[in-house]
Design a protein around this ligand. Structure first.
Ligand code: MN
Length: 260
């Protein structure tokens, strides 16, 4: 009886959970019932694409932003959340991509962030070797329904609805580390309709990308395809339909979206 139930559910008998490979159906009846489109990010100057596995984001990682969100940057340990992997919105270099104003919010915020994308991973990765796992970097926006996030915080409920929704993660092309080196300093600047709203230096990060990788790998195994939004400077704020947002990080192509 157990066997027939397994068959109906498409579960293979004797599934071994290794942690590295997701559980899958038995080979004999493993054809997917329908197609799910993976998120594939373009890599500058390269034909291959980068498949996204998970999107991790660190919170409150620039001192002035931590303060504006009501935190104490000196005493708090790093914390992370995730966005759905299919929340990426690809923004080609030189293009202005239309970004739909999402439902349920009246206070829609930009957060400009450096994104590190991983070619490998592991558990308990030492900080000293953490950057060896980085394939490249991109400019990203951690778009946020701030009113929903705040309302859920106030109710002591999970604030996922404020962070994970369709198109919540616009991202520019990936530049491979082999061409750019690592991004540990350099200007990060966001404008709305040409007015500077966020301006800082990557060196201001409280937790470096290497430290973020190391910390994340203590909590979950990191795997090739994981990408990490590394936090946003102070100056987050609302946008409305018609606004044009441009994100700049020294050494990467600018990212521009128009809210529609
Ligand atoms: Mn953020």
């Amino acid at each position: 009886m157990l066997g027939s139930r397994r068959h109906i559910l498409g579960l293979g008998a004797g599934v071994v959970m290794t942690g590295l490979v997701p559980e899958t159906a038995a080979a004999s009846d493993s054809a997917p019932l329908f197609k799910v489109t993976p998120s594939l990010l373009p890599v500058a100057g390269q034909a291959g694409t980068f498949p996204v596995r998970r999107i991790y984001c660190i919170g409150r990682n620039y001192p002035d932003h931590a303060k504006e969100m009501g935190g104490d940057p000196k005493t708090e340990p790093p914390f992370f959340f995730q966005k759905a992997s299919d929340a990426v919105q690809i923004v080609p270099a030189g293009a202005t991509v239309e970004h739909p104003y999402p439902p349920l919010t009246n206070n829609y915020h930009y957060e400009l962030e450096l994104v590190a994308v991983l070619k490998s991973g592991g558990r308990n990765i030492p900080e000293a070797s953490a950057l060896d796992h980085v394939f490249g970097y991109a400019v990203g926006l951690d778009m946020t329904r701030r009113d929903l996030q705040q309302a859920m915080k106030d109710q002591r409920k999970p604030w996922e609805i404020g962070k994970s929704f369709d198109h919540a993660a616009p991202i520019g092309p990936i530049l491979p580390v082999v061409e750019t080196g690592h991004f540990t300093k350099g200007a990060i600047r966001l404008t709305v309709n040409g007015v500077v709203k966020q301006k800082d230096d990557l060196a201001s990060m409280i937790w470096s990308v290497a430290e973020q990788i190391s910390k994340l790998s203590e909590s979950s195994e990191l795997v090739a395809g994981d990408i990490i939004f590394s936090g946003t400077p102070a100056g987050v704020g609302p946008v409305v339909r018609g606004d044009v947002i441009t994100g700049h990080i020294d050494g990467l192509p600018d990212l521009t979206i128009k809210i529609v």
